[in-house]
Design a binder for this molecule. Structure first.
Ligand SMILES: [Zn+2]
Length: 347
């Protein structure tokens, strides 16, 4: 199996995360992708290649161009006013209710206001090299997609930073650009065929759901910790099924606490029946390994062997499959879990 990887991700190197009302070392850090790279490089079933450059047009087809502009210049503008800053995090969030009964708001001009206009939470620091890394992750996703469009049965993009929490207008949840959504939109618009995104990250991919919520050409299917207890808390419920033309194309499986291999694979098998009946040409998997039993920020109980079983279930769909890396925070097990999932898929 081809693996697309770029060291550009090393440029997104936060040292601090503001979460659970404290600061700590970031859960999402460069060591995650490097652990996956080292494991797969040592396995002859995987063949590495670098991404090609795709520019900003595929990104701006999914995201507000204002978000792209902000991410490209935001850190530099903030640092110019705050010498010595390393991680940029909002102090003030733009909330629509601030302007209740007034005209619709617009992007602030002050850089401190712009950060909170484009970002929805505090765990996602913008650093000097974040934009370069985020562009590299999109290039990785699109290059992986091209391999599958060119005939590969499957390919894996080692995307970092991840993408599925980024909405059309907002970054957050360790995500800047929605790599899987950009890939899905690219396939749907360049081939005229339907696409399914299967999101198996522990956290609901609120960004991906939002981007495609009113569309019938991209199906979004997610298994995730129930938002009644899990980030992002406000999106990901079972009764969110799409709107307008997209009604029925959004399917959520909120999972109970400590769901194990058997419970998880049963839900995944059910999800795959719905994927098969949608009739997409291509499957994109948002592969998070934070469903793992000892993941430090999650509460399911899938094992490394369970990851293999998940890959095998998806393989039975016999669809051309683009696998893109999302979360997974037990770094000691992360490489083995990715490997196990991809071997199940047929690497
Ligand atoms: Zn996650």
């Amino acid at each position: 199996m081809k693996v697309v990887y770029t060291p550009a991700h090393l440029q997104h190197d936060p040292h601090v995360e503001f979460e659970t009302s404290t600061t700590h070392s970031p859960w999402e850090h460069i060591g995650r992708a490097e652990a996956i790279r080292e494991t797969l490089e040592a396995d002859s079933r995987f063949e590495f290649m670098a991404p090609t450059e795709w520019g900003t047009a595929p990104i701006e087809a999914v995201h507000n161009p204002g978000l792209v502009r902000f991410l490209s210049e935001g850190w530099s503008l903030y640092a110019a006013q705050n010498p010595g800053v390393r991680e940029v995090v909002p102090d003030v969030f733009y909330r629509a209710a601030l302007r209740d009964k007034m005209s619709e708001g617009r992007e602030p001009t002050a850089i401190a206001g712009r950060v909170g206009y484009w970002c929805f939470e505090t765990t996602t620091p913008l650093t000097e090299g974040t934009y370069v890394a985020a562009r590299g992750a999109v290039d990785t996703a699109l290059t992986t997609t091209q391999l599958v469009l060119d005939g590969a049965s499957s390919a894996y993009g080692l995307c970092r930073p991840p993408g599925h929490h980024a909405t059309s207008d907002l970054y957050g949840g360790y995500c800047f650009f929605n790599n899987a959504a950009i890939a899905a939109h690219h396939i749907a618009t360049t081939t005229g065929t339907k696409v399914t995104i299967l999101d198996v990250d522990y956290h609901h991919g609120n960004g991906t759901q939002q981007i495609f919520y009113d569309r019938d050409d991209v199906q979004y299917v997610s298994l995730h910790g129930d938002p009644a207890r899990a980030y992002p808390y406000s999106v990901g419920f079972a009764d969110e099924t799409g709107t307008g033309r997209g009604l029925g194309s959004n399917i959520n499986y909120p999972m109970p606490l400590r769901a194990d291999d058997d419970a998880y694979t049963a839900a995944l098998s059910d999800a795959c029946e719905k994927i098969a009946s949608f009739g997409a040409s291509t499957l994109i998997v948002s592969l998070g390994l934070d469903t793992y039993i000892t993941d430090p920020i999650s509460d399911l109980a899938v094992t490394t062997d369970g990851m293999r079983r998940c890959g095998e279930i998806v393989r039975q769909l016999a669809m051309p499959t683009v696998v893109l890396q999302e979360g997974g925070y037990d770094v000691n097990a992360l490489g083995a879990n990715v490997q196990s999932w991809l071997v199940g898929l047929g690497a």
